[in-house]
Design a protein around this ligand. Structure first.
Ligand code: GDP
Ligand code: CA
Length: 337
């Protein structure tokens, strides 16, 4: 039986890790098929970042994963399509439509139009993502965490705004009081999500933003419970290295929840399997069989082990495909035992 892997992932950080997982699987379980590996890889993607803008539906994290896996992403800029132009965005700005600070590339808008059209025709989000993913041989199945619209909003002293506005316009500088995903308590997991987790030999939690990327995934009722009950091993990778968020502003999200920006605090929030986690509602099942922290955080390992969270110290920097693949291989080792 081919090995089966599930990854929970956000956008840019998630993409780097997922590319590493695909590469590690190709090296460890090679095959002649189009994916290059006999391993089956499913990625459960955060859809909390999704939004409606100028009449189209955007899925920033899904698209980051899609473009990166297809090899059509803009590596320099870190988001969007390579070689994109902005003619439509200029025109929208001239109309005063949308957000002038939120640029949508022309090729990217093609994706949003296709997606919106299919949604309008009555397709579910899972069906639409499957259709988008069918354009390229990604080598992984891309599964949105839910079909429900549960866009992340941020409550601040200046009002409630979409996460994208708080993050991109305000650069996470307005103190956030809370992150909200209205309707998520009634949302169901996306098509195939629970099945993929239930048949996985390894479940990996990517080093994505624990609050606004992994947080929404775990808040969809049933997903955290499925991970906690998974027959395979569960390993998570710290997005915090040496007490700092590596790229981005995730510390502003952690601060809102009163969680220190440290690899041990994030690991203990996910919690050890058999114990409790604190990543969403109170008293949730712990998720992890293993937690990977950076060499810079080696001193935290003893405390984590004392808290019954098995911890491995590994290089956590994803600088290129090789370092991402090495990190993914270490996470797979930890999960497969
Ligand atoms: P987003 O949705 O585009 O914000 O991306 P994610 O949520 O998937 O990932 C963002 C997080 O990835 C950041 O908060 C960083 O802490 C983490 N990150 C980025 N690069 C690296 C890296 O090279 N190594 C590790 N361990 N974490 C990283
Ligand atoms: Ca994101």
């Amino acid at each position: 039986m081919a090995v089966s892997i599930v990854v929970l992932a956000g956008g840019v950080g998630g993409s780097r890790f997922v590319l590493g997982v695909r590469e590690a699987a190709r090296r460890r379980w090679p095959s002649d098929g189009p994916s290059g590996t006999s391993a089956r890889i499913a990625v459960v993607a955060n859809t909390g970042d999704d939004l409606w803008l100028t009449g189209v539906r955007l899925q920033p994290d899904v698209d980051s994963l899609l473009y990166a896996l297809a090899g059509v992403n803009d590596v320099e800029r870190g988001w969007g399509r390579a070689g994109d132009s902005e003619r439509v965005a200029d025109e929208l700005r001239a109309w005063g439509a949308g957000w002038p600070w939120f640029t949508l590339g022309d090729l990217d808008l093609g994706t949003h139009l296709a997606r919106t059209g299919w949604l309008r025709e009555g397709r579910t989000v899972s069906e639409v993502v499957e259709r988008l993913a069918a354009r390229w041989p990604l080598g992984v199945r891309l599964l949105p965490m839910t079909d429900a619209e549960v866009d992340t909003h941020v409550l601040t002293a200046s009002g409630r705004m979409h996460f994208q506005e708080w993050w991109t316009l305000h650069r996470a500088s307005l103190p956030a009081i809370a992150f909200e995903n209205a309707g998520i308590a009634a949302a169901a997991p996306g098509a195939g999500v629970l099945e993929a987790i239930a048949e996985a030999d390894a479940v990996l939690v990517a080093p994505s933003n624990p609050v606004v990327s992994i947080g929404p995934i775990l808040s969809v009722p049933g997903i955290a419970e499925a991970v906690a009950a998974a027959p395979g091993g569960v390993a998570g990778v710290s997005p915090i290295i040496g007490g700092a968020v590596v790229r981005g502003m995730a510390d502003a999200c952690l601060a809102t929840l009163g969680v220190p920006t440290s690899a041990d605090a994030v690991g203990l929030r996910y919690g050890a399997r058999g114990g409790l986690g604190a990543y969403d509602r109170a008293a949730l099942p712990g998720l992890l069989d293993a937690w990977l922290v950076a060499e810079e955080d080696a001193a935290l390992a003893a405390g984590l082990e004392a808290a019954r969270l098995p911890t491995a110290v590994r290089p956590l920097w994803m600088r290129d495909l090789d370092s991402s693949a090495a990190l993914a291989a270490a996470a797979l080792d930890a999960a497969l035992g």
